[in-house]
Write a protein that binds this ligand. Structure first.
Ligand SMILES: Nc1ncnc2c1ncn2[C@@H]1O[C@H](COP(=O)(O)OP(=O)(O)OP(=O)(O)O)[C@@H](O)[C@H]1O
Ligand SMILES: [Mg+2]
Length: 224
């Protein structure tokens, strides 16, 4: 088991209303899984993914990573985020002042690799994602699909056990969306890379080996 979310609950309290975003949500991620989570806008998909990525804390419930309980604010959380998890945000969040190569190299430098090692692997990853010709471009010189592939490369930089992707194709046209889905599927199939992907794309979600829908705070398996 790579990651196990157990009985997560999360409630947001605004001035006058209480929103129960997650109610007893549990999810197990095993090696080689390609898991998709769909659900209406505002139902809590990003919240769920952020909690799994140690970017947010649940009100109750536990997150087990590598067999032990981890809290988002614990001393070990940053290292786990850097080493074991890769995150692809809906709006890529690439650093605009860094080239594609430097964006992908950055998490490896943070993990302690030498600049030469980090750049060599970044080059390799970008080539795998079809961007060999684009490594020295800055984010604003890349198409939306290319930017998302760079962020996928960055998420893969430190050979994470799990990639968490929040609507990685949400702002792409169908052709670029297919491109990114093909990459995700081939990385999953060829390298056994585990993914949890939040998506609006119900058709793409059918290619997952496990599918869930988040409805009224409950995470329901929809393919079994
Ligand atoms: N910091 C916050 N304070 C109060 N409410 C919040 C906060 N963050 C999120 N919410 C609310 O919690 C609910 C779930 O938000 P979340 O971003 O997880 O939804 P989502 O399923 O990812 O939506 P989308 O598909 O539009 O990205 C929404 O109703 C949102 O307004
Ligand atoms: Mg969201």
């Amino acid at each position: 088991m790579i990651l196990s979310a157990k009985h997560l609950s999360k409630t947001y309290i605004d001035s006058d209303q209480t929103i129960k975003v997650l109610i007893d949500a549990s999810l197990d991620v095993e090696r080689g899984d390609l898991i998709c989570i769909t659900g209406k806008s505002g139902c809590g998909k990003s919240t769920m993914l952020h909690i799994m990525g140690l970017l947010d804390a649940p009100d109750s419930g536990e997150l087990h990573i590598g067999g032990k309980v981890v809290h988002s604010n614990s001393a070990e959380a940053p290292a786990i985020r850097n080493r074991d998890l890769g995150f692809v945000f809906q709006f890529h969040y690439l650093i605009e002042d860094l080239s594609a190569l430097e964006n992908v190299a950055l998490p490896m430098l943070i993990a302690g690799k030498s600049e030469a090692q980090a750049k060599a692997r970044a080059k390799q990853l970008l080539a795998v994602l079809g961007l060999a010709e684009r490594i020295n471009r800055y984010p604003n010189q890349l198409s939306g699909g290319e930017q998302q592939r760079v962020s996928l490369a960055r998420a893969l930089a430190n050979e994470p056990k799990l990639v968490l992707a929040d609507e990685p194709t949400g702002n792409l046209d169908p052709a670029h969306s297919n491109e990114v889905w093909e990459m995700i599927r081939s990385l999953n199939r060829d390298l056994n890379q585990a993914f949890v992907v939040v998506t609006h794309d119900v058709e793409a979600a059918q290619k997952a080996n496990k599918s869930f829908e988040l409805i009224d705070g409950k995470l329901l398996r929809i393919d079994a």
